[in-house]
Structure formats: C-alpha cells, structure tokens
Ligand binder design. Sequence first.
Ligand SMILES: Cc1cc2nc3c(=O)[nH]c(=O)nc-3n(C[C@H](O)[C@H](O)[C@H](O)COP(=O)(O)OP(=O)(O)OC[C@H]3O[C@@H](n4cnc5c(N)ncnc54)[C@H](O)[C@@H]3O)c2cc1C
Length: 284
Amino acid sequence: MFDIAIIGSGPAALSAAVNARQRNKSVCVFGRSLDSSLLFAAEKVDNYLGMPDLSGEEMLNQFYAHAVKRGVEFKESRISQIMPMGDRFMINADNEFFEAKTLILAIGLNKSRGIEGEMEYLGKGVSYCATCDGMLYRNKKVVVVGEHEEGEAEANFLADVCEKVTYVPLYQPVLNLKENVTVLNGKPKSVLGEGIRVTGIQVDDEMVECDGIFFAKNSTPPESLVFGLATDGKNIIVDRSMATNLPGVFAAGDCTGAPFQIAKAVGEGLVAALSAAAYIDANK
Ligand SMILES: Cc1cc2nc3c(=O)[nH]c(=O)nc-3n(C[C@H](O)[C@H](O)[C@H](O)COP(=O)(O)OP(=O)(O)OC[C@H]3O[C@@H](n4cnc5c(N)ncnc54)[C@H](O)[C@@H]3O)c2cc1C
C-alpha cells in the first residue's frame, strides 16, 4: 500500500510527488502520459520563476526527471474510479487495483461538459467504469459512450455480461468491437430516467432504452472519480490546506479552479503533499 496516491501527471502532481518524498512518504503517481498535461502544448513559458524561455514540454520533462530522482513511482494509466475503503482508498488503474492511505487529485482542468441528466443519474445507472459496475447490469441493456478507443474494451467486457450493448463512438475509426455489440453513430443529448433509475439515452433524434450508461471519457468529472467529492459544479472545493470534503483526499492545480497557472499548480501540489503527510502521521 502506498502512503500517497497522486492522480494526474502535470505540474501539480509532480510537485506533490517530490514534496511527499521530502516527507519520506511512499508515493505513486497514476497519470496519463506527460503529453496529456495542458502544459505540454505551451510553446514557451515566460512567467515561471527562474526557468525562463523553456517550452512546456522541456519544463515537464525536468519536473518528471526530478520526481524520478526522488524515488517517485509512476503507473501510466487512466483512473476511472477510486473507492474509499475505511482507512484506505482502492484505485482502479486500467483494471489493476492499488491501495493508498491518502489521495491527491491533480487531474487538471475539468474539460468534461457532460450531457443533461448525466450527473443527476451518476450511481443510479450512469457509470464511468465497466469493471467496477458492469456486474450490476448482468442480463440487462446498456449503452457505452466512447470518447476514445478504450471505450471499445469497456463495451466488449459488457458484451459478455449484458443482454444488449449499444456502442456510441465519438471518434473514428472503431476497430475492435465484438460482433454482439451494436454501433450507433450520433451525438448523445441527454440521459433519460424515471425516479432514481436510468431508462434510456437520447442520441440525436433516437431514444435508446437501456438500464445503464457507461461513459469512457478523455476527462473524468472529479465527482465521478471519488464518490461524494464536493465540487462547485466544475472545480473541486478545497480549503487552504488543499483538503477536500472527504477525509484523506486532497486536490491541487487547475482542478481546484483559476488562476490556471503553473506556479499556482506547483504551490498547491506542495501544500497538498504536506497536508497528506500530516494526515498520515496524525492517523497512525
Ligand atoms: C497552450 C498553453 C500555454 C500555457 N502557457 C502557460 C504559461 O506560459 N504559464 C503558466 O503559468 N501556465 C500556462 N498554461 C497553463 C498551465 O499549463 C496549467 O495551469 C498547468 O498545466 C496546470 O497543471 P495541472 O497539473 O493542474 O494540470 P495539467 O497540467 O493539465 O495535468 C493534469 C494531468 O492529469 C491527467 N489526468 C486527468 N484525469 C486523469 C485520470 N482520470 N487518470 C489519470 N490521469 C488523469 C491529465 O492527463 C494530465 O496529464 C498554459 C496552458 C496552455 C494550454
């Protein structure tokens, strides 16, 4: 079990990782490749103290090398769900499971707009993780909305469990679907439900009846990563110690709101790491 699991791989995550190691905590960074950080796209960064004229890519490579030098572990992965388990958290990293005492969410800007009804029915038929929730839909009808090709693996997994799987790809080409998965091309408009259960999804003008809807997204809404996490609708709500509303869960960087700047992300990463370390020491 790790002391601290950090989700994300941008400046906030890497700063948190380096500073958690300074406190002698075991740390694993669960994040997608470095080029998924917003910073990677910056041609030249002029306002980060002491490192003028670097490109975003050069800066990220330096941050990463620093973290590796300090003994930070990395698991390149997309995290779909984290389950609180009493005194620890279970992290689903591309269907490999890891445990940590504390969490630091450094997942960057929330680019997931979501469709009407999506958040309302989260946990009531809407899911972001087939491995976690697929069995709830045994012999039922589900729809998988895939923003990227990993959605195909989710649909294929569900095809072994569910009565009917409809796949709505939001990218092309779709290459690796099982024969019993039906493809529906179109734009998802809204999640439909009655009371506390999903009943279907509107895709363009078509209403598809189903019991569950799985979204495979490029950017995961923070409240769907950890159940019960408080947001203001877009950003994770934190206090000055970067603590969220959930004990043992901290957040840093663009995911906590503006200003969207490297120095702010790095500073918040530091504070989150110190707070997570203090939390672990206080709960020994
Ligand atoms: C073109 C451009 C130029 C910029 N120029 C400047 C500048 O000159 N100066 C400045 O201060 N700022 C600049 N910025 C802003 C700066 O890049 C961001 O403020 C900074 O990258 C925020 O760091 P972060 O770690 O919070 O988020 P990010 O750098 O966005 O990193 C978040 C990481 O989390 C990962 N992630 C998200 N969800 C998951 C998940 N579920 N599982 C695994 N990983 C996940 C993402 O893949 C990403 O790697 C610029 C941004 C852009 C786009």
